[in-house]
Write a protein that binds this ligand. Structure first.
Ligand SMILES: [Fe+2]
Length: 265
């Protein structure tokens, strides 16, 4: 089986980012955030691929998908000045369209091209369809875990910045009021994912991001959550009442249980 050469995809992505460069500092900062995010998603994907023991071919595909998963963010931001899909376009579908239009995957075998396009398209869906072929399912799962792991990093770093220093598109424009939606706590306790449309405040968004833990597919991803103290960092700025603390504990408990199921794996 042909192992794709990954270097041209790095070059292509770097050139793609440069083509969206803008003299408007705030806009460039938002775009830089996505370029840096891509680099970190790539590192996460490579670590997951290594831990899963993927072969060279599988590892190269995981890397290419990570590099290209968010290309839709650039035209989305240029055209709408937001990263909020519900207020603009589905950036994953737009990304796949960009890759096709620019023939970015022309050197890949047809089957690999298909896997890349589908994994890019599916990287942001609420839940993956059941009926995926094994290759697409594997790669969609890797990029989804790798992506969440880095969104947590970005978000945790932003939460500790003073408001004026935060990249403007990072908090989805949600109000930073002290309240939260109690039904989201219920969902956390029931180990359920939370839908974006139920968000009213920045606190709700922190709780939604905690619920992503329930969607992680691989043990190395859960280990990275623990290693990086994701749960502590996301919950540090939440209200400290008993209801919130017990919901956060439910998330922490879940991570510990999953890791303990296969401690040596
Ligand atoms: Fe994305």
């Amino acid at each position: 089986m042909d192992v794709p050469d990954v270097r041209p995809y790095h070059d292509w992505f770097a050139g793609f980012c440069r083509s969206f460069a803008t003299p408007v500092a705030e806009d460039q900062r938002n775009l830089d955030l996505k370029e840096e995010h891509t680099g970190r998603v790539r590192e996460n994907a490579l670590r997951i691929a290594a831990d899963l023991g993927l072969d060279e071919q599988g590892t190269a595909l995981a890397e290419i998908i990570a590099l290209l998963h968010d290309v839709g963010r650039f035209p989305q931001y240029r055209d709408y000045r937001t990263f909020r899909d519900s207020a603009s376009v589905n950036h994953a579908a737009l990304g796949a369209k960009v890759l096709i239009e620019r023939r970015a995957l022309a050197n890949l075998a047809a089957k690999d091209r298909d896997v890349v396009l589908r994994a890019v398209t599916l990287h942001n869906v609420f839940t993956l369809p059941q009926s995926l072929d094994p290759q697409t399912a594997l790669h969609a799962r890797i990029v989804r875990d790798a992506d969440k792991l880095d969104i947590w990093r970005v978000f945790a770093e932003i939460l500790v910045l003073p408001g004026a220093e935060r990249p403007s598109a990072a908090g989805l424009g949600l109000p930073e009021t002290p309240g939260y939606a109690p039904e989201i706590l219920q969902q956390l306790r029931r180990r359920e994912m939370v839908r974006l449309k139920s968000l009213g405040t920045l606190n709700d968004f922190k709780l939604l991001q905690l619920a992503w833990v329930y969607d992680l597919n691989f043990l190395p991803s859960l280990r990275m959550v623990r290693e990086r103290s994701i749960i502590d960092r996301l919950s540090a700025t939440l209200p400290g009442d008993a209801a919130v603390l017990s919901a956060v504990d439910a998330v922490r408990q879940y991570v510990e249980e999953r890791i303990a199921e296969r401690p040596g794996a």
